[in-house]
Design a protein around this ligand. Sequence first.
Ligand code: ATP
Length: 250
Amino acid sequence: MTLALTVEALSKSYAPGRPPAVDSLSFSIGRGRTLGLLGGNGAGKTTTIAMLLGLLVPSAGRVVALGHDMATDRFAALARMNFSSPYIALPHRLSVEENLRVYGHLYGVPRLAARIAELARDLELADLLDRPAGQLSAGQKTRVALAKALINRPDLLLLDEPTASLDPDTGDWVRSRLEAYRAETGCAILLASHNMAEVERLCDEVLMLKQGKAVDRGTPAELLSRYGRDDLEQVFLDIARGTRAEEALA
Ligand SMILES: Nc1ncnc2c1ncn2[C@@H]1O[C@H](COP(=O)(O)OP(=O)(O)OP(=O)(O)O)[C@@H](O)[C@H]1O
């Protein structure tokens, strides 16, 4: 399998004397595959994604994205990566189209007007293109964030809570768009999510994080069988409450 992302013993300490936010994390994602990064609040998911994007400097470890070492060669990888996070606001006064144009230029997208038209059609954004980004509803903003995340046709997509604050129907629609994009392009996806049904649907493999450490991993089916549970929500609770993961790994 060709690997899109390899992470080796990645760690981040924000302050000396405090436990690391991410503690010697290792995993890989193959082309066309989706890895779910799961963990409770403060488990280290956002910190991990920020290091993968080069926004935070790791305290230790190595990241190789799309064949490029992020410590020495990150701009070559970043051109073929993208991300979506509900915590990063789009410039408010710019219209949706202006936002997409700015990001398209940042990523050096060829034939940008045609790409924006294609995204507007695929993501049903045509009616929003003239609207200032700051005036959109949370759900509309999430759709624009998805357009921004796909603008450069990434081969590696890092998604932090891509369907947070969406109603079930719109959330389902976003998941379908992601599945279609992955099938069409072979894009690899890292998905941090608190939505267990979403993780079961989209992820080939799941990594469970607790206090910055990987405490369990496997396909959704393997985790269900290992914990003797019917759904990932119950597995998540077992791990979060700390009763079963250690036994399962023993
Ligand atoms: N800029 C920062 N400075 C200091 N500590 C930080 C900083 N950002 C995050 N942390 C700490 O690092 C730990 C991991 O936080 P992180 O945001 O990565 O978790 P998360 O899994 O994304 O959580 P959530 O699900 O709540 O978004 C937490 O203890 C948090 O308080």
